[in-house]
Design a protein around this ligand. Structure first.
Ligand SMILES: *[C@@H]1O[C@H](CO)[C@@H](O)[C@H](O)[C@H]1NC(C)=O
Ligand SMILES: *[C@@H]1O[C@H](CO)[C@@H](O)[C@H](O)[C@H]1NC(C)=O
Ligand SMILES: *[C@@H]1O[C@H](CO)[C@@H](O)[C@H](O)[C@H]1NC(C)=O
Ligand SMILES: *[C@@H]1O[C@H](CO)[C@@H](O)[C@H](O)[C@H]1NC(C)=O
Length: 345
């Protein structure tokens, strides 16, 4: 074992023995060791060029292996710039009950009833709970796509299908979003009630088969610990037949820890082709754990990652054959650029 591996193993063992949980699988997210003793913040620490910076949201740092970072950054860990640990929320609560300290981040219960109702095809739902109802018992055209983004302020999100006229060939899919990108999609059906997802952001996609169908009603409730959303989260759901998008919207440079989501799901079914015309992000060899743009193609019940790029790379155009896709942009803490522009039609 080389000295780097020994250091990494020691730090990991120390963290585990101290009651910390790794939020993402270790081999994929490694290198910056930040241990929070209250475990509240899940913000990532990022290291670049020997500079160690942490967001103001990070509280009560127990220790930070700054002197070792350059060592840890070597070897296999190079280019895996995010490492994220925290105490499981339940353990945080136990500790807080024991010492009966004030509980600023106590578990938050679900709302008794959904506080907002959304009836449109797609939408940006920023609420603790919502009823999402689209064409309930009324007809929906074949091949329809609708995308809702749910981002309640609490981490745990429970989804229930209340009523549905959807057919077997249609589906409502839930996909969690994190800094690792989009997770797998779960199909919500009457037989799988109370689907619970622990994520700051969940994307709901309605995918109608090649025949007309009937609408549905579902509910969503968030609860539990406060979520640590990105510093800035932008969502723009693109439903027109074609469009041009630039980010940041007002020009200038993007900031740190931004996450921007652009689901592309034209409300009149078609197969949009996406073309990037300008890309100016921080460059890195791996992209994915630094500033990056990811393009996802809806295919066979899930969002499939087509490409990840950064720097000034203009990717090949992508056609969403199944009528829906998504562009995800994320930034880390350092070296912001002037963003990007794309067209789709
Ligand atoms: C989401 O809702 C909260 C509470 O209503 C509000 O403070 C916050 O600004 C909203 N965020 C966005 C991005 O609209
Ligand atoms: C779903 O969860 C709610 C709230 O926890 C509970 O009241 C309800 O009985 C659950 N439904 C099913 C089918 O498990
Ligand atoms: C997008 O921009 C291109 C060139 O900048 C222009 O030709 C095209 O008409 C624009 N499309 C839309 C939908 O605005
Ligand atoms: C996107 O998914 C569709 C449907 O599965 C597939 O036909 C197409 O080749 C995919 N496109 C890309 C660029 O991956």
């Amino acid at each position: 074992m080389n000295p780097t591996s020994i250091l990494v193993v020691l730090a990991v063992l120390f963290a585990v023995a101290d009651g910390f949980e790794f939020r993402y699988p270790l081999p994929h997210f490694a290198n910056v060791f930040i241990i929070f003793w209250d475990g509240i913040s899940s913000k990532m620490g990022v290291v670049g060029h020997g500079v160690t910076v942490m967001t103001p949201a990070v509280k009560e740092v127990e220790f930070f292996l700054a002197p070792f970072l350059d060592v840890v950054l070597g070897g296999d860990f190079k280019n895996c710039h995010h490492f994220d640990v925290r105490i499981a929320h339940d353990r945080v609560d136990d500790a807080k009950v024991e010492n009966s300290a004030p509980q600023p981040n106590q578990e938050r219960p679900e709302d008794p009833e959904p506080i907002v109702t959304v009836k449109t095809c797609g939408g940006d739902v920023n609420a603790t709970s919502a009823s999402i109802e689209f064409q309930l018992w009324r007809s929906i055209r074949a091949d329809m796509r609708c995308v809702w983004i749910v981002r309640g302020p609490y981490l745990k999100k429970r989804f229930n299908l209340i009523a549905s006229g959807l057919k077997e060939t249609d589906g409502i899919y839930l996909s969690a979003v994190s800094y690792a990108g989009l997770g797998n999609s779960l199909k919500l059906s009457r037989s799988a009630q109370n689907v619970t997802i622990d994520s700051e952001i969940v994307i709901i996609s309605l995918i109608v088969g090649h025949a007309p169908t009937l609408g549905f009603k579902m509910e969503f409730y968030s609860s539990g610990a406060s979520s640590t959303a990105p510093d800035k989260l932008s969502c723009e759901i693109l439903t027109s037949a074609k469009g041009n998008v630039s980010y940041p919207r007002g020009g200038g440079r993007y900031g740190r820890y931004e996450l921007a989501l652009f689901p592309i799901a034209p409300s009149v079914p078609r197969r949009p082709t996406l073309r990037f015309t300008r890309v100016d992000l921080q460059a890195s060899s791996n992209c994915r754990y630094d500033d990056a743009i990811m393009i996802y193609n809806w295919s066979d019940g899930r969002y499939v990652l087509v490409t990840v790029f950064c720097g000034n790379t203009i990717p090949a155009s992508v056609t969403f054959q199944d009528g829906a896709g998504l562009v995800l942009f994320q930034s880390d803490l350092i070296n912001a650029g002037t963003g990007f522009e794309f067209q789709y039609e």
